[in-house]
Design a binder for this molecule. Structure first.
Ligand code: XUL
Ligand code: CO
Length: 439
């Protein structure tokens, strides 16, 4: 193949330079891919992924302002720029040293005027993607279908009141699953941005949820039919673009999946900026999903606590990422999921190098979070305190509760014998103080 155009001239492969100074921003000071911690390399614990839509399709436009990011790959016809974009993306992945990427069908290849034309575009561009994957060793963390941007989906895709639209979404997902299999994707994501409602007055909630479950069941069946092995993931978000989205947060999605008997086929892709939009703390849904054995992957980003929308900023807060990594280590890792940077540089960050700086900063933040979490876990002080806190459940009456062999009558007898429980401190400040020691 002819030498491709270089899109990031002057930027070489990002290296690990632990003694670099504060102003050196194009090197890792903490992320050392091959370093082994708790039996696994940093690369394997973190499984970083770059997202295609923000980093290569983003233009910086917002509802109040025009494009600010003028990228050299966004030139020519839609198919020409789709190819240039792919070359630019693979140059970026390899220079950054990230092994995974994620994309929507429609950010990889332009939508045509018919389903057949869209599929043909996708075939052509994914042929090139496969070639570049084989050349570089970069892999697909997950594929998803864009079932929210086209006007046909304005009233929903799987939950649209018109089954003609639902059929279009189904046809699009069928192709998306074929593409995911072709590229060896390790996961497949469903994010239902328009699966919800603006007004309860015109919405039959029960019917829409039934339709969404039927849609997922068809996807499960087709995945089995084509023999695909990727993990299905649902990404919760409470609102935006809908006023209310059915996949509100981790617990809503888990309840939905269990209600419809779909829980063995899906896990969750948790995006912390969505979690905070739902009114929870940053790590809340990661912890909740993990507690149910349903944490599959993380769309790693952050919002601004003072803003009410999805700002998709790069995760740079060491406290937050330490909490996330502690949960991930405690569940034994994220594989086949990963940490996908569903994050965009600000529309004011207009230099090409800002794309690198943003990713380097977030990767280094996560490397620090990983190191902190490993120290917390290996020191064992917090886990010892927790063990003690719940120790009454390890024997006697508490153990009977855990095993499900106690009754209300037993409880009454226990209280008659033992009387009032003693007041025990929750020690919150002690936990906080100890946590801060590791940050
Ligand atoms: C939207 C969002 C999406 C999904 C994929 O808020 O996070 O980009 O991650 O559709
Ligand atoms: Co996301």
């Amino acid at each position: 193949m002819a030498a491709a155009e270089e899109f990031f001239p002057g930027i070489a492969r990002i290296q690990y330079e632990p003694s670099a100074g504060p102003g050196d921003v194009l090197c890792f000071k903490h992320y050392n891919a091959d370093e082994v911690l708790m039996g696994r390399t940093m690369e394997d614990w973190l499984r970083f992924s770059v997202c295609y839509w923000h980093s290569f399709c983003g233009t910086g436009a917002d509802p109040f302002g025009f494009q600010t990011l003028h990228r050299p790959w966004n030139e020519g016809t839609p198919m020409e720029s789709a190819k240039k974009r792919l070359h630019a993306a693979f140059e970026f992945f390899t220079k950054l040293g990230v092994k995974y990427y994620t994309f929507h069908d429609r950010d990889m290849a332009p939508e045509g005027s018919t389903l057949e034309e869209s599929n043909k575009n996708l075939d052509e561009i994914t042929d090139l993607a496969l070639q570049l994957q084989n050349q570089t060793g970069v892999k697909v963390l997950w594929v998803t279908c864009n079932l929210f941007a086209h006007p046909r989906y304005m009233n929903g895709a799987a939950t649209n009141p018109d089954c003609h639209v639902l059929a279009y979404a189904g046809a699009q997902v069928k192709k998306g699953l074929d593409v995911a299999k072709k590229l060896g994707a390790e996961n497949f994501v469903f994010w239902g941005g328009r699966e919800g409602f603006l007004s309860i007055h015109n919405t039959d909630v029960a019917a829409e949820l039934n339709h969404m479950a039927a849609f997922f069941k068809m996807a499960v069946k087709y995945k089995e039919k084509i023999g695909a092995k990727f993990q299905f993931l649902i990404e919760p978000k409470p609102k935006e673009p809908c006023r209310h989205q059915y996949d509100y947060d981790a617990m809503s999605v888990i309840g939905f999946l269990k209600h419809y008997g779909l829980d063995s086929h899906f896990k969750l892709n948790i995006e912390p900026n969505h979690t905070t939009l739902a009114g929870h703390s940053y790590e809340h849904d990661i912890v909740m999903a993990s507690a149910f054995g349903m944490l599959g992957s993380v769309d790693s980003n952050t919002g601004s606590p003072d803003l009410g929308w999805d700002t998709d900023q790069f995760p740079m807060d060491i406290r937050n990422v330490t909490m996330v990594m502690k949960t991930i280590i405690e569940q034994g890792g994220l594989q086949p999921g990963g940490l996908n940077f569903d994050a965009k540089v600000r529309r004011e960050s207009t230099d090409l190098e800002d794309l690198f700086i943003a990713h380097v900063g977030a990767m280094d933040a996560f490397a620090r979070g990983l190191r902190n979490a490993v120290r917390i876990i290996e020191d064992g002080i917090v886990s010892e305190m927790m063990k003690k806190r719940y120790s009454s459940f390890s024997h006697g009456f508490g153990l009977k509760v855990v095993e499900g062999s106690s009754s209300l009558e037993d409880m009454e007898a226990f209280i008659k014998q033992n009387g009032e429980p003693k007041i025990t401190s929750g020690k919150q400040e002690k936990y906080e103080l100890i946590f801060n020691h590791y940050i």
